[in-house]
Write a protein that binds this ligand. Structure first.
Ligand code: G6P
Length: 631
């Protein structure tokens, strides 16, 4: 999310910066801006909306100069507006930033205490003021001032900084958000991603976390934040511009599946208090009074978001002991539902614009319910209609089929349940600590699952001729089964059904024969034994089994292939294809509550590879839209 471009060299840079930003459009944005050193000082032009608006603004106020920084902003703190658009200015300093400053509340208070006046709601402006403060404090180099500022900052960032006093310098720095340097002829560039550089150079350096770089026409000096010199290897990029946009992945969907560990880190950032065993109040907007007053949680959502809401319901009931219900937006709006002032309506929506969800929100609000939005797009219609918003910070999702937005919604909803549980006294600090700890491990565990992508591809290949598929799960594995089936039908056009495994005997079992692939989600949780029986039932009917189980689960192995499992000691990590019709995908052992964040990943990959092998348009499946603003 957000795009940064920086240029220092011999050419007029405004058009170079805008062109670079255009090549980063796929990252999503809602406003844009430039800061260029004109020879007399740094001038700024910003505009809300698409880059064409910035072009128009630049026609009115041309920026002439050969050193500059540009930015497209995807709102995270503060609504999309010209005042919140980057660059942000303090004294001689202008800053663009991608990421989230975790300690922004404390830093802002401290700066305000010293008399600093802010002109935006952003966390980025804090960085500009901190750099300016260092300059005023006597720091003579731009690199030194940025270093002093960043020492106070925690969080994820890629920044680029220019100063009125330094006409031929740009300082950039990176922690967790991406930043690539490009080496031109008598010019240096920096950008959030390679596509912005390709028309100028193919020679790049990927900065690493904790790196800072001083860019000038002559080249670059890279140091760590503490000032110590580092050398980074220059690489030559031979990707086409489209390949570069997708980070080398074949489709945005695959890229977004692989982005999930980072997306979850962004969702959790600054919101977990591991020591206290709690989630941070300020961000979540759950006051004790609100938590205590609620006597029902009513989720409204559509599509994938309705599946994460279903998991949210399990957690709210289990951890906060509040009766909860989930309804899809299109049903609520015409059902004349009854809401009360003691209802908390949680509207889950990636886009924040889905018409049916919005209509349900309005109906609930009219009856006095409190509305909380769980959304990805800041300041979109649903958060605006709500009393509070819990943003998922997944970044823009380009693939129509939702992946990282689903798992970040799960993380947000689990945090909400923990927060409500603590404030209502239904969840002890030690239990909350267990959950917070489990959540913080998820990104790492997701990486372990993603490392098995190739194995999942092999499994997909085996089932490519399937006409129907069944997905079964219990507890929070049920919404995961629904989501697995939805992913498959959305992008591969293979008919798929998700079922609560306990319902299998009430119908779907009639479908099972040797032609039918059946995915059974059976990790080690409270439902494990029962789901194993389902597995057995599928096997007895010669269904083609794909089991999602916990790593090292020998019981599942014995059940899948009775003779095979005990013979090999290494089978647990090496075998996924146990028999022609039996596959096993293992996920790391984890606390039961976070399992859906892991078990869904093989299902996303399975759907992706089946669709790709069939040759469908994965990122833009037929008849589907990413955001549905009509009924
Ligand atoms: C569309 C999209 C789905 C999404 C649903 C709800 O159908 O194709 O991926 O889950 O809308 O969208 P929302 O933005 O409200 O989460």
């Amino acid at each position: 999310m957000c795009g940064i471009v920086a240029y220092v060299g011999g050419k007029d840079c405004a058009s170079i910066l805008v062109d670079g930003l255009r090549r980063l459009e796929y990252r999503g944005y809602d406003s844009a801006g430039l800061a260029v050193h004109t020879g007399r000082g740094v001038d700024i032009v910003r505009a809300v909306g698409k880059l064409n608006n910035l072009d128009i603004a630049l026609q009115k106020t041309p920026l002439k100069g050969t050193t500059g920084i540009g930015h497209t902003r995807w709102a995270t703190h503060g609504r999309p507006s010209e005042a919140n658009a980057h660059p942000h200015v303090a004294g001689d300093i202008a800053v663009v930033h991608n990421g989230i400053i975790e300690n922004h509340v404390a830093l802002r208070r401290a700066l305000e205490g010293k008399g600093v006046r802010f002109s935006s709601d952003t966390d980025t402006e804090i960085v500009a003021h901190l750099v300016d403060e260092a300059v005023r404090g006597g720091e003579s180099t731009l690199a030194g001032a940025v270093r002093a500022a960043l020492k106070q900052v925690t969080g994820a960032y890629a920044i680029a900084v220019v100063s009125s006093k330094k006409p031929t310098e740009i300082v950039v720095a990176k922690a967790e958000s991406p930043l690539v340097l490009g080496f031109g002829d008598g010019e240096m560039l920096a950008a959030s991603d390679i596509p912005a550089l390709l028309s100028h150079t193919r020679d790049v350096i990927f900065l690493q976390d904790g790196d800072m770089a001083l860019l000038s026409r002559e080249g670059v000096n890279i140091t760590k934040l503490d000032g110590s010199q580092v050398t980074r290897e220059k690489k030559r990029i031979d990707w086409s511009p489209t390949q570069a946009e997708k980070g080398g992945y074949k489709h945005f969907m695959l890229k977004e599946i692989h982005e999930q560990p980072r997306a979850i880190e962004d969702t959790l950032r600054g919101r977990l208090d591991v020591q206290a065993g709690d989630v941070v109040d300020e961000e979540l907007g759950i006051t004790e009074a609100l938590a205590k007053k609620i006597n029902r949680v009513y989720f409204v959502a559509c599509g994938t978001s309705a599946h994460s809401a279903m998991a949210g319901r399990y957690w709210i009931e289990q951890l906060a002991r509040i009766p909860s219900t989930v309804e899809i937006g299109s049903e609520v709006r015409y059902r004349e539902p009854v809401f009360t002032e003691n209802d908390l309506v949680v509207a889950v929506s990636q886009s924040g614009e889905t018409a049916d969800t919005l209509a349900a929100v309005k109906a609930a609000k009219a009856q006095g319910a409190t509305i909380l939005a769980v959304a990805n797009v800041i300041d979109s219609a649903i958060p605006r209609a709500s009393a509070g918003a819990l943003y998922t910070h997944a970044g823009p999702e380009i693939g129509v089929a939702s992946t990282k937005c689903f798992t970040t919604q799960l993380a947000a909803l689990l945090m909400l349940a923990i927060g409500l549980g603590r404030r209502r006294g239904t969840l002890s600090a030690s239990e909350a600590r267990r959950l917070v700890d489990a959540l913080s491990k998820v990104p790492h565990q997701m990486r372990e699952v993603l490392a098995k992508a190739d194995e999942v591809r092999h499994i997909a290949k085996r089932h490519i001729r399937a006409r129907d598929m069944l997905f079964l799960g219990r507890g929070t594995g049920f919404p995961v089964a629904l989501e697995g089936a939805l992913k498959l039908k959305e992008i591969s056009y293979i008919h798929a059904e998700g079922y609560a495994a306990g319902e299998m005997k009430h119908g779907p079992i009639a479908l099972i024969d040797s032609e039918m692939p059946v995915v059974v989600i059976c990790p080690r949780d409270v439902h494990y034994e029962k789901t194993l029986s389902n597995l057995q039932e599928v096997k007895a009917r010669e269904g083609q089994l794909i089991a999602i189980a916990t790593e090292g689960d020998r019981d599942v192995a014995r059940m899948l292939v009775p003779d095979e499992a005990p013979r090999s000691s290494s089978w647990r990590t090496s075998v996924t294809q146990l028999e022609p019709d039996v596959s096993l995908i293992e996920i790391p052992s984890a606390e039961p509550e976070v399992l859906p964040l892991l078990t869904v990943i093989p299902l996303q990959l399975l759907a992706y590879y089946m669709a790709d092998l069939k040759g469908t348009d994965v990122d833009q499946p037929r008849n589907l839209a990413k955001t549905v603003t009509v009924e």
